[in-house]
Design a protein around this ligand. Structure first.
Ligand code: HEC
Length: 152
């Protein structure tokens, strides 16, 4: 057999080697790596409502301001005031006020209130409810201090 006769086989072997090589396989179907998050990137903190805090009631306040305050504000008569909700004891529905019933109200909404079960995660709800329980509500005359510049 001359060289010209084996050439197609050599070409085929070379292609097979490339296609079957681990490097090619990885490139063809890249493993999904979880994105590395960098919270010094301000856009990420903005996007995830983490400008004020990573978690807890201060993060809840931030979510509240963007997602709830435009209805539940101190000036409105169209939505219930949430300040002192936990002291009041019962929701308008008659259910007792606790983290579970308040989270359900936020998840499912109500007459005149949007439902948030698809837009807020369990972590978001926990932070939000801790704000409603401990620090509610937003005070338009005293917005939170800049967390990056607080005199001590
Ligand atoms: C579009 C206006 C609107 C938005 C936005 C809204 N709410 Fe409401 N919310 C209402 C209205 C109106 C009610 C009363 C509904 C009812 O009783 O059926 C209510 C009821 C509630 C209640 C029950 C109060 C009670 O005394 O029974 C809670 C808790 C609550 N909202 C929390 C939130 C939170 C937290 C958010 C933000 C994630 C939010 N709401 C966003 C309008 C709104």
């Amino acid at each position: 057999m001359g060289l010209s006769a084996v050439r197609p086989f050599l070409a085929f072997a070379l292609m097979a080697a490339v296609l079957l090589s681990p490097a090619f396989a990885q490139q063809a179907s890249p493993q999904k790596q979880p994105a590395v998050k960098d919270y010094y990137q301000r856009s990420l903190a903005t996007y995830e409502f983490r400008k004020a805090a990573q978690s807890g009631p201060e993060r809840g306040r931030e979510i509240f301001y963007y997602k709830c305050w435009f209805c539940h504000n101190e000036f409105t008569k169209n939505a219930p005031q949430l300040a002192g909700l936990y002291q009041r004891g019962t929701l308008l529905s008659g259910l007792p006020v606790n983290d579970g019933t308040v989270k359900d109200r936020i998840r499912n909404g109500g007459a005149g209130m949007a439902a948030y079960k698809y837009t807020l995660s369990e972590e978001d709800l926990n932070d939000l409810v801790s704000f409603v329980r401990e620090k509610c509500c937003w005070d338009s005359d005293a917005p939170p201090l800049n967390p990056r510049y607080q005199a001590h």
